[in-house]
Design a protein around this ligand. Structure first.
Ligand SMILES: [Zn+2]
Length: 587
């Protein structure tokens, strides 16, 4: 490609709305342009890099035995209703109507479609196992798209779905994908590592995410350097001990706490109740029903863990009005002591009728760390009052116990006891063992050898293709621009003649090297623009071509050209050995 014929609109400055470095570089290097928030055009150079990422994915998926197909992005809502995800994925699902007022869904993922295919086409164990994949445009109704391709409304994803006859078979399929993913990210030049992941509303049983460490990543990874434990913070657990039991009085006591509505305020004089002796009571609205959450005062609720428990991400903290309606008090004075919920055991409820009803329907989920805790303090469900000497198992009717808290740095690793660390990362891939939930709901069954009908055991496996490309840039750059790994660079070599007069010795040699490298299968761009050398070098470094071949009159007089790897020292080579020297650098 001749630079003068290409379309590489580089920018000196990134637009103000580009927040992170890789987003700025995508724009400055002329790889993408924004059409609307979270919606981008891939310009020719960006598309070349994207296609190379796709090709690596395709080769490794094929090598792992997966079969490529292409499913529609436009999907009928009925199959989404059948799996229940029309509601549970409601906050990210694009829903639209056609001119006939018929509803449609724009696909963020394709479990529903592929499982329908399997339901219709697969009938016997002889047809299994199968793993299908596609590389296609997906949609997410992101409220706050940001960071360029990282969190977009429209993006490209590789999604794969495996169908097996047994659980062991499904694990083998999972392992194949896990290994393929490790190869894919390594080939893209990414340092990605797998972490245990939350299975969320997708309903999985077992899951890993592939993470690229980056300060700008939207995920937090908890990891242990000593034993290698690594998990998304949404899933991570630690070996932290339960709340210590104490000598305590025989019954709870109510005490006045006028104006005290925070854990911190109650921890100070004159009350001086340490945060770890307080029970924090939170009210969430899920499906317009309130759920009461209890966690220790010094802990934070992990909403991803809550989503996994209640089976939907469609929930939110209750408003102060909803808290009053549910428990009779505003946030800051809430509690779940049974006496206040039922009324009549020594404390006068504000609205006994309502609380009786609430008690019958309220779900109270408590964090494991509170199990067995006594001598605790919590809100009295009456503004300006708290209870002390609360023994959680005596005084609160917990519906169920869960791990609900977020791990913090420095807590002991659950596996080896060493302190855990936390770092930020970009999620580029995700593998799930799904089990039979989707195959049961959509009827993807097969007859086994004995003639018994069984649901197929599924797995699903995603790679954010556009996000992976940006993650490469986020990880591989310096002050001058992108440093493309050889495998995904839009062009591998940039030939930069310092003068472009036709028929000049410099230009003739540039054209000769261009022709020879191209003939040897190298992706080459020849910067034939009549620009100052400084401009050409700057552009070449900004776009990040891995190798630059500089040809100037001075060095050519000595019979030499200059090879400059994007990272590495400039080396002079004999002009007639330049092509071989480049090939050698490419390995
Ligand atoms: Zn450990």
């Amino acid at each position: 490609m001749l630079w003068s014929q290409a379309f590489i609109p580089t920018l000196r400055e990134a637009p103000a709305d580009a927040e992170i470095l890789s987003h700025k570089l995508l724009l400055r290097a002329g790889l993408i342009r924004k059409l609307a928030g979270g919606v981008y055009t891939f310009l020719p150079l960006g598309l070349r890099a994207l296609r190379k990422v796709e090709q690596i994915i395709r080769e490794e998926m094929d090598r792992a035995g997966a079969l490529e197909l292409l499913m529609p992005a436009l999907q009928p809502p009925e199959i989404w209703q059948q799996t229940g995800r029309y509601e549970t994925a409601g906050n990210v699902l694009f829903k639209l109507k056609d001119s006939g007022n018929r509803e449609w869904v724009l696909s963020p993922t394709a479990e529903e479609v592929i499982t329908t295919i399997a339901a219709n086409e697969i009938n016997s164990y002889r047809q299994l196992p199968k793993n299908f994949y596609q590389i296609s445009v997906k949609f997410r109704d992101e409220i706050r798209p940001r960071f360029g391709l990282m969190r977009a409304k429209e993006f490209i994803m590789k999604d794969a779905y495996s169908f097996d006859t047994t659980d062991d078979g499904a694990m083998a399929s999972y392992k194949k994908m896990y290994d393929a993913y490790a190869r894919i990210f390594a080939r893209c030049g990414l340092k990605a590592f797998p972490v245990e992941a939350d299975t969320g509303v997708i309903g999985g049983k077992f899951s890993h995410e592939f993470m690229v460490p980056a300060e700008t990543g939207e995920n937090e990874v908890v990891y242990c350097e000593a034993c290698g434990y690594a998990a998304n913070i949404e899933k991570a657990t630690s070996g932290i001990p339960k709340t210590a039991a104490r000598e305590a009085g025989a019954a709870i006591e109510k005490f006045a706490t006028p104006g005290i509505v925070t854990i911190e305020a109650l921890s100070k004089a004159p009350y001086s109740v340490p945060a770890n002796r307080q029970i924090k009571t939170l009210v969430y609205m899920a499906d317009s029903k309130p759920v009461i959450i209890l966690i220790r005062g010094d802990d934070q609720l992990n909403e991803a863990k809550l989503a996994g428990i209640i089976g939907t991400t469609v929930f939110r903290p209750a408003t102060p009005e909803e808290c009053v309606a549910t428990l009779g008090a505003k946030p800051g004075s809430l509690g779940a002591v049974a006496a206040t919920l039922k009324g009549g055991t020594g404390f006068q409820p504000v609205n006994p009728e309502h609380r009786l009803e609430a008690c019958a329907t309220l779900a109270i989920y408590a964090d494991e760390r509170l199990r067995g805790a006594n001598d605790m303090t919590t809100g009295a469900n009456e503004d300006g009052f708290h209870f002390k000497i609360v023994s959680i198992e005596r005084d609160i009717k917990v519906t169920e116990w869960f791990d609900l808290r977020t791990v913090t740095a420095g807590e002991p690793c659950a596996k080896c006891g060493k302190p855990l660390k936390i770092r930020r990362a970009i999620e580029v891939g995700h593998v799930f063992k799904l089990g039979t939930e989707y195959s049961e709901k959509l009827g993807a069954t097969f007859l086994d050898e004995a003639g018994t009908r069984k649901p197929a055991v599924m797995g699903c496996y995603g790679i954010g293709v556009t996000r992976t490309m940006q993650a490469v840039i986020e990880q591989c750059n310096d002050k001058d621009g992108i440093i493309w790994p050889l495998s995904v660079a839009p062009y591998t070599v940039c030939i930069t003649p310092l003068g472009v007069a036709p028929e000049s010795a410099v230009m003739k040699l540039a054209e000769k090297i261009y022709v020879e490298l191209t003939a040897r299968g190298v992706d080459v761009i020849l910067d034939d623009r009549d620009e100052r050398p400084g401009v050409k070098f700057k552009d070449s470094e900004l776009v990040g071509f891995p190798i630059r071949v500089g040809i100037g009159e001075k060095s050519l007089a000595k019979g030499e050209v200059e090879l400059k790897p994007r990272v590495g020292a400039l080396q002079a080579v004999k002009a007639d050995e330049a092509v071989d020297a480049v090939i050698k650098l490419l390995g």
